[in-house]
Design a protein around this ligand. Structure first.
Ligand SMILES: *[C@@H]1O[C@H](CO)[C@@H](O)[C@H](O)[C@H]1NC(C)=O
Length: 399
């Protein structure tokens, strides 16, 4: 500031600058949102013309917008060969989907890629509504025939992203996992529907790994593998009001496949209903050395309807009994609470804790558990499991 400037102009200068800046740069109204319509950008609701380019062009405009932007997908069926939506974006982007996005039905098109639709490095995204149809049945049939088939693509992945809010989205018939959250923070999935055949292979509903602060609310998942699966490096998860079936239940793991692996901690599963599923609430690890751990887990208020393994910890996880290590699991499991778990088991053993011979499970708490098998009290089985039971616990605790 030049010498001799009066004290009067010194104090009013900042205010003047703020006023000028306000008139130059503020939008006409704070509520204005940039709008992009995929159809006006060339997408066709005919279910067969590839609309990927139109979607990607809507994304690049929305992502470059300095004010919050909305991409509108109207009703109808849009064929998307594959789409990668890359961030970072300048402002929050909202995908409003009234229609259905359809994947290639020929699995050779994307079956060897990891994802059909992926959001990568995005901070601030809303996905509202929409149906994602993975058309996976061709690949499932290939896998069932025992031919050499590609692994298959995930319907939808959020990768290395933050502040993601998904509501009212349906994912059907994915080739592989339906929805994956990996490397993310602060993700909320609400009112999500997942649907695939109970016999479809590896079609996990929602898979969460390497992520923090993830909430799944009010969702309905029926599929051929885990309804929700939780992988290495997941912490602070809240899963509430989920209906699961058909499927393999809500699973932490499998963990310990690798010797150097991150653990899972602070997971709450509250008010879940399991119907005709292979498992209810499960923790599973491979039987081999690993640095992974599972701790501070709450399973509260679950209803089991004819579930094969309502409560299970399996540290000798060995799918299809095929080529498994059969060593002691290195995964340390501690502080797991089962509270108010009730309903029917489809097998005699409703509670099974099969923990590591080298690192027994510690701090297992059971409170108000009532599981029956054919209208009789079911059985519990414990190997290397320690903890306490309180309230009424049936089958009688073996901790
Ligand atoms: C555990 O996770 C919940 C969210 O599910 C979070 O609110 C809470 O702060 C976390 N607790 C700790 C100790 O990190």
């Amino acid at each position: 500031m030049a010498k001799g400037t009066s004290s009067m102009s010194l104090s009013s200068l900042p205010l003047t600058l703020i006023c000028i800046a306000y008139f130059l740069f503020s939008p006409p109204s704070a509520t204005v949102t940039a709008q992009y319509d995929v159809v006006s950008l060339g997408a066709k609701a005919d279910g067969e013309s590839d609309s990927s380019k139109a979607f990607l062009s809507a994304w690049s405009s929305a992502c470059a917008s300095s004010s919050p932007a909305t991409i509108n997908v109207p009703a109808g069926s849009f064929y998307i060969k594959s789409a990668t939506f890359d961030g970072p974006c300048r402002s929050t982007v909202t995908f409003k989907i009234a229609g259905t996005l359809v994947a290639p039905s020929d699995y050779s098109v994307i079956g060897s890629t990891d994802n059909w639709i992926i959001f990568h490095q995005v901070n601030g995204l809303n996905v509202v509504g929409g149906v994602l149809d993975g058309q996976g049945s061709g690949l499932w049939a290939c896998k069932a025939s025992g031919k050499g088939c590609p692994q298959g693509a995930t319907n939808l992945e959020f990768s290395n992203s933050e502040n993601i809010f998904v509501s009212g989205l349906s994912s059907v018939n994915s080739q592989m996992f339906h929805i994956v959250v990996n490397g993310c923070q602060n993700v909320k999935l609400q009112g999500v529907m997942v649907s695939a055949l109970g016999t479809s292979p590896n079609t996990d509903g929602i898979h969460i790994s390497q992520s923090k602060d993830v909430t799944v609310l009010n969702s309905k998942i029926g599929t051929g593998d885990d309804c929700v699966s939780i992988g290495p490096g997941a912490s602070n998860l809240w899963i509430e009001n989920v209906a699961c079936g058909p499927g393999h239940g809500i699973s932490i793991g499998s963990l310990g496949k690798d010797s150097q692996e991150e653990g899972v901690q602070n997971v709450t599963v509250k008010t879940a209903t399991f119907t005709g599923t292979q498992n209810g609430v499960r923790i599973k690890s491979w039987a081999r050395p690993s640095t992974a751990f599972v701790r501070n887990i709450q399973f509260q208020h679950a209803t089991m309807n004819n579930v094969q393994n309502p409560i299970i910890i399996d540290q000798n996880y060995c799918p299809d009994d095929d080529d498994c290590p059969h060593e002691a699991s290195g995964v340390r499991i501690s502080d797991v609470t089962y509270q108010d778990i009730h309903g029917t088991s489809a097998t005699e053993v409703a509670v099974k804790f099969d923990c590591s011979t080298e690192y027994p499970c510690t701090g297992i708490t059971m409170e108000d558990v009532k599981l029956t098998y054919r209208s009789q009290v079911a059985e519990a089985s414990c190997e290397n499991a320690g903890g306490t039971a309180s309230g009424s616990v049936q089958p009688t605790s073996c901790l």
